[in-house]
Ligand binder design. Structure first.
Ligand SMILES: [Zn+2]
Length: 282
């Protein structure tokens, strides 16, 4: 993320070796998985893991958990909105938007919603069930031809850690923000107390899902070097599904929870290890 090539090997986690940048102290897998591995991970059942063999690298039941996933997102949008000086109808692009749950909240609050997701599952749901035609399968490397050239808000909630080249993506995202617009991200903090205490057992260390845990200082350096100003940061609790929690605490019961109706029960947790940040372009 900071551009340094000097890193120190740390430990193995879930079959991947991790390294720490000597300069910004961000974490990353030493060797990225192949594009085929990532394509296979983000296929349809990434969002409906319960339909396959127990595999917590996928969402258990993304749609079934809509109520608590959306309330997690609503808390973040409500916070961000207080800091945004934008007129009604401003455009909001959510990258890695999954089924459009955040955009549904954004639309309620008067924004024009646009979304991109790598997998086709989420956009199909957003178009058919939430009636948002501007939620599409794709990436910001080749946005749909009918999308605006710039957006008043670009957001990345729980997305940047999944991306093999986050610095490139953030650079391109800055180009997509309109003058006076905002870039919002929510990322794990690799230098927080909890991360340092947990090491390889930290729940953010979750390859091949998570490939990078970006240093907040490196993000700030990139933003300020491109003329963006830090507006606000915060950390909120989030509600996590019972099978996800069981996977970490007592794995033997997790596979049966994964298939039971209890899979969609959520419990709020807060470790102060995730930060939502908001920058404004001049
Ligand atoms: Zn670095």
């Amino acid at each position: 993320m900071c551009g340094s090539t000097h890193s120190t090997r740390l430990w193995m986690a879930k079959g991947y070796e991790w390294s720490r940048c000597n300069v910004c102290h961000g974490l990353q897998v030493t060797h990225l998985p192949t594009p085929e591995t990532l394509d296979d991970l983000y296929n349809k059942n990434y969002y409906e893991g319960y339909k396959e063999d127990y595999d917590m690298s996928r969402y258990v039941d993304y749609i079934g958990q809509r109520s608590f996933i959306q309330s997690n997102l609503k808390r973040r949008v409500t916070w961000a909105r207080k800091h945004l000086a934008l007129a009604a109808g401003a455009t909001w692009l959510d990258v890695g938007c999954a089924a459009g749950f955040l955009l549904d909240v954004v639309r309620e609050q008067g924004f024009s919603p646009y979304g991109l997701d790598y997998s086709d599952f989420g956009p199909a749901y957003a178009q058919n069930e939430l009636h948002m035609p501007n939620v599409r399968q794709g990436t910001i490397d080749s946005p749909p031809a009918d999308f605006p050239n710039a957006f008043d808000v670009v957001s990345y909630i729980d997305v940047l850690e999944h991306i093999p080249c986050p610095r490139d993506i953030l650079q391109k995202s800055i180009d997509l923000v309109a003058p006076g617009g905002y870039l919002i991200g929510e990322t794990f903090d690799p230098n927080c107390w909890f991360a340092q205490k947990m090491g390889a057992a930290w729940h953010a260390i979750d390859p091949p899902n998570h490939l990078n845990i970006l240093s907040l200082n490196a993000i700030d350096d990139l933003m300020t070097s491109r003329g963006l100003t830090h507006v606000a940061s915060a950390s909120f609790p989030r509600t996590i599904s019972l099978p996800s929690i069981a996977t970490k605490l007592y794995q033997p019961i997790a596979p049966s929870l994964y298939r039971s109706p209890l899979r969609n029960v959520g419990i709020p947790l807060w470790f102060n290890d995730v930060v939502i940040w908001l920058y404004r372009k001049s």
